[in-house]
Design a protein around this ligand. Structure first.
Ligand SMILES: [Zn+2]
Length: 57
């Protein structure tokens, strides 16, 4: 989704629902558990996701 599409979605569905869709982005592709949005790591199976725009630590 583009930035404008995101804003349209928020206007239509609300921020809470938008955040839910964003959360879904970070499901682990290997075990489908939630990946930590802060470091992109799955604590279930150890999968590491490369997150765009993530700050280097
Ligand atoms: Zn996993």
């Amino acid at each position: 989704m583009s930035m404008i599409e995101n804003l349209k979605f928020i206007k239509k569905n609300g921020v809470k629902k938008f955040l839910k869709t964003q959360e879904k982005k970070y499901d682990c592709p290997q075990c489908s558990k939630t990946i930590c949005v802060h470091n992109g790591k799955c604590y279930e199976c150890g999968f590491k996701e490369k997150l765009v725009g993530l700050k280097k630590q």
